[in-house]
Design a protein around this ligand. Structure first.
Ligand SMILES: [Zn+2]
Length: 119
């Protein structure tokens, strides 16, 4: 079962899709267990776009996704994200554009995992 369209997975600037199939599987498992749609705002980002917006390289690996989510649904998501193998969790829960970043990247120097941060 795949809940995420090609378009959702692709870079918002150029439409390139190098989203990692294993990470996609995790997102699908997470989506399935939650039982409600996940509004993805950014999954794969090409390195050029990623640089342009000044983000860290996590999305350029194809192993990260940002989900527009808040309140009760954000709580439910956080309750299970770790169980499904997401080791990087970024939380933005202030104002109107509340989101949660999830990735399943391995630890490298300067990027600890498991790790949780806020924006
Ligand atoms: Zn791009």
């Amino acid at each position: 079962m795949n809940y995420f369209s090609e378009e959702e997975q692709s870079c918002n600037c150029c439409g390139e899709n190098k989203f990692n199939p294993d990470t996609l599987k995790r997102f699908n498992e997470l989506r399935h267990i939650l039982g409600f749609p996940l509004q993805m705002t950014s999954m794969y980002r090409c390195p050029a776009y990623n640089k342009k917006i000044g983000a860290t390289q996590t999305h350029a690996t194809g192993q990260a996704g940002d989900i527009l989510i808040s309140h009760e649904k954000a709580y439910k998501l956080l309750a299970v994200a770790g169980i499904y193998g997401f080791k990087g969790i970024g939380i933005s829960q202030k104002g109107n554009k509340r989101f949660i970043h999830l990735d399943d990247l391995e630890e490298v120097e300067g990027r600890p995992r498991p790790h949780i941060w806020s924006y």
